[in-house]
Design a protein around this ligand. Structure first.
Ligand SMILES: NC(=O)c1ccc[n+]([C@@H]2O[C@H](COP(=O)([O-])OP(=O)(O)OC[C@H]3O[C@@H](n4cnc5c(N)ncnc54)[C@H](OP(=O)(O)O)[C@@H]3O)[C@@H](O)[C@H]2O)c1
Length: 338
């Protein structure tokens, strides 16, 4: 069979022939229909992810959608390197597979699950959003940020504030229903003041950025917060702006700020799996917030680093152009069975 194979960390994978997967006890072989490329996948393929792991060669792809030998459409939740989902077939523990609800097509599910799950888990498991609370999405213009706006509203947030850098993308994010926006341009003073004006009294921050934008957000919020003893739950989810943030210690003494992270190590595998099943069940009711570019796996080496339109997510389907057409047919067929 064929797979995408990374031979040097940080280099694009090559599409090449590899041995068929041999299932261990409890595992089944699944035919992969779609696997998305997103920051975590790139991070694993460059050896830079916080969970470690840099064995080579490796097949990238952390999750995806496949079909079992019984013909069932399934979500494959986690396949860590060196045996990722960017292969024609993968061996997966049978118990880990999650049925894809009818009406969802493989490519869309592969594209939305990572960004949507980042928000779902951060809101429900880590931030513990309660009906009517307000949420600041820091970094609302990316795939995860857009999903966070949608899911915060879906899960009962009373108000959502969207903060982002690109004005056009921020308008698009706001169109998902955000009540207020913060534009991350201008002087530090202006940005902090904008956070103070739009987000001073939020209950939860979903932080996809960290670094300077997070410093300015926390500064602006604390300077203008009406009641500093009202708990601010800061959920750290991503570091698109940079890996480090400087926080004066006094900020944690002058207000009730509770910081936690949401990532692979911050909840148990069982809880994460349960959350992913809940999210999958919710997906048919939600419009996709991710623009998808479908690419045959045979083109992965050139597609890996190629620029896509802003915000678009690459989803690889196995093989060449024939499979691209077949994936499109599959998507139509699955939609027609709703
Ligand atoms: N912990 C988890 O469970 C989890 C899951 C998924 C994602 N993540 C993390 O969340 C982050 C976003 O992921 P994604 O899937 O949304 O990625 P994405 O679709 O590639 O979007 C990245 C976003 O970050 C923004 N950005 C980059 N640098 C910025 C800066 N200096 N200031 C403001 N905005 C900046 C970009 O805005 P522009 O349009 O202005 O460039 C873009 O909107 C990544 O760090 C990712 O690793 C975490």
């Amino acid at each position: 069979m064929y797979a995408a194979v990374v031979h040097a960390l940080g280099q694009p994978p090559r599409y090449e022939s590899v041995p068929e997967p041999v299932p261990a006890s409890g595992e089944v072989v699944v035919e992969v229909l779609a696997a998305a490329l997103y920051p975590l996948v790139r991070s694993f393929a460059s050896g830079g992810h916080y969970t470690g792991g840099d064995a080579l060669p490796l097949v990238p792809g952390f999750d995806g959608v496949g079909r079992t030998s019984a013909g069932e459409l399934v979500y494959i939740p986690v396949l860590e390197p060196p045996h990722g989902t960017m292969a024609e077939r993968v061996a997966v523990p049978a118990a880990a597979l999650m049925p894809v609800p009818r009406g969802l097509d493989p490519v869309t599910v592969a594209a939305v699950m990572n960004p949507a799950s980042s928000a779902w888990i951060a809101l429900r498991e880590r931030g513990r959003l309660r009906e009517g609370e307000s949420v600041l999405v820091l970094g609302a213009t990316g795939n995860a940020g857009r999903a966070a706006i949608q899911l915060a509203l879906d899960q009962g947030a009373g108000a959502v504030v969207a903060a982002g850098r690109d004005p056009q993308a921020l308008r698009a994010a706001a169109a998902l229903g955000a009540h207020r926006t913060v534009q991350l341009t201008g002087s530090d003073e202006e940005i902090a003041a904008a956070f103070g004006a739009a987000a001073a009294d939020v209950d939860i921050v979903l932080d996809y950025l960290w670094d300077r934008p997070a410093e300015l957000a926390l500064d602006g919020i604390l300077r203008h917060r009406a009641d500093l003893t009202r708990t601010l739950r800061w959920v750290q989810v991503g570091s698109a702006a940079g890996p480090d943030m400087t926080v004066p210690s006094a900020w944690f003494r002058k207000a009730d700020v509770s910081v936690c992270g949401s990532g692979l190590g911050s909840i148990s595998g069982a809880r994460r799996a349960a959350a992913l099943r809940e999210l999958l069940a919710r997906l048919p009711a939600l419009a996709p917030t991710t623009e998808v570019v479908t690419v045959p796996m045979s083109e992965i080496e050139t597609a890996w680093d190629s620029p896509t339109s802003s915000g678009a997510r690459l989803v690889f389907v196995p093989g060449g152009a024939d499979e691209r057409a077949s994936a499109a047919r599959e998507a139509r067929k699955d939609r027609e069975t709703v």
